[in-house]
Design a protein around this ligand. Sequence first.
Ligand code: FES
Ligand code: FES
Length: 155
Amino acid sequence: MRNRKISFTVNNEKVTLHVRPYETLLETLRERLLLTGAKEACGLGSCGACTVIVNRKPVRSCLILTLEVEDAIIETIEGLKKNGNLHPLQKAFMEKGAVQCGFCTPGMIMTAKSLLDRNSRPNRSEIIEAISSNLCRCTGYKKIIEAVEDVCSKE
Ligand code: FES
Ligand code: FES
């Protein structure tokens, strides 16, 4: 298989690239577009550190091929800040102490954002369910859940 030229949108900017047949979206984002917020941890779809939003759904970017996102709308953690202001989820994670080493944080926030895009008032169970496959070794999840609840209470 040969490289193919495709276009998609990342954080409101159109991108056109020649992509390799087996290039993952995570590789494209990190190595070619230098958007290093999405992290590579397991590389196997198990941890959620690489989560970005594709067409309004949270996606593990280590598992999806870039060829599959032709014409898609992609959001990454780098696109959340608007006019110099952090996204409410970013602020809440900082204020609630939901960040320790920070390795899981971009993926966790993108998963939470995708939930809030679909449901601006999720209850605690819905928040827990949404983030349940994003692994965090540091925080014990309590402060992460509280941070998401904090944003909901201010919506
Ligand atoms: S790096 Fe993609 S799920 Fe772990
Ligand atoms: S803050 Fe370290 S893995 Fe979540």
